[in-house]
Design a protein around this ligand. Structure first.
Ligand SMILES: [Zn+2]
Length: 321
């Protein structure tokens, strides 16, 4: 018992470099550009380095256990404000030369510089997007296969995250078309309205009907190359208009929350899209085997006490009875 406690203290004392994958590439966790090495996260999702103990890993992580506006949450009526996608300006250029795709140990992440998000007179620059499996937010109580987080940062060091659910769809994988058509041809296809049809769900979110999202299939076509934490690969050319158009076709469930990884910083502008992306079963299985599990448990509703405080309070009460 004493030994375990000592080891916990030791872990807390030595884990000063807790790595924040959700905030990777932002002011909270600048990318190490010098040697190009991919850092491996020191927190995790199970056991002593899991979400129940994130606050003990570093003094900077206190919001994880005492914050009252923590993410993710169950997206039910009343906890979010529906914002029309037309109220946001979203622009993400294509990555014609491909871009870096990294395995951080806690997620797989695409470095994506150059996009702009504007709302309420504020402007944010895209830094990266990464994946959680299963989804971190719940869609009106229901877990989704995956969730993509697009992380944006303003000059004033505010953070905004667009969350997009990913469903497994059984349509034929489109990955064979990675090399063609050309970006111009593909843009033309969207302009002709040939993007995947959407089915509306009762709670306002949508599902891509049967067709895997080409962007995801393209990115995950090279996922095998980063099966090991700390590795990276360059993606094939990425056409971003498909996902941008899909997001713009829906709305956003907006709320003020936190990073879903240490240090769990609050004040994050969350926009959970009502549009969903699709992933083929084959690629889902491949990504699952690489990611494993990287979803923080759903937090209390915004403004309510942190669930770890609630749990510890009742644990003490229970012990005294
Ligand atoms: Zn994330």
């Amino acid at each position: 018992m004493g030994g375990q406690f000592f080891r916990a203290l030791l872990l807390a004392a030595t884990a000063r470099e807790v790595f924040a994958s959700c905030a990777h590439g932002t002011f909270l966790q600048p990318r190490a550009e010098a040697d190009g090495a991919v850092p491996i996260s020191t927190f995790g999702y199970t056991g002593r380095i899991g979400p129940l103990n994130w606050a003990a890993l570093d003094a900077a992580n206190s919001a994880c256990s005492i914050g009252t506006r923590q993410s993710p949450i169950d997206m039910v009526q009343g906890v979010f404000t529906m914002v029309a996608a037309s109220d946001l300006t979203i622009d993400i250029p294509d990555f014609a030369e491909g871009t870096e795709f990294e395995n951080l140990g806690t997620t797989i992440e695409v470095i994506a510089k150059g996009g702009t998000l504007a709302f309420s007179g504020k402007s944010f620059a895209l830094q990266q997007f990464h994946f959680h499996l299963p989804s971190e937010h719940l869609d009106n109580g229901t877990s989704q296969a995956m969730e993509m987080h697009m992380v944006w940062q303003s000059e004033a060091q505010e953070i905004a995250v667009i969350g997009v659910y990913i469903d497994v769809v059984d349509g034929a994988a489109a990955v064979t078309s990675v090399a063609e058509p050309t970006p111009v041809e593909r843009r033309g296809r969207f302009m002709r309205g040939q993007e995947p049809a959407l089915q509306r769900r009762q709670n306002g979110t949508a599902v891509a009907a049967g067709t895997p999202t080409v962007l995801l299939e393209t990115i995950f076509s090279v996922a095998d190359a980063i099966a090991t934490p700390g590795t990276k690969v360059t993606t094939p050319p990425l056409i971003m208009s498909e996902v941008v158009n899909l997001i713009k076709a829906g709305n956003f469930q907006a709320y003020s929350g936190s990073l879903t990884t240490p240090p769990c910083s609050e004040g994050v502008n969350w926009f959970v899209s009502t549009s969903k992306l699709g992933i083929s079963a084959a690629n889902f299985n491949k990504v699952r085997d690489i990611i494993g599990f990287n979803s923080r448990f759903p937090q209390n509703s915004p403004g309510q006490p942190n669930l770890l405080m609630v749990a510890s309070t009742f644990a003490v009460l229970g012990a005294s009875i």
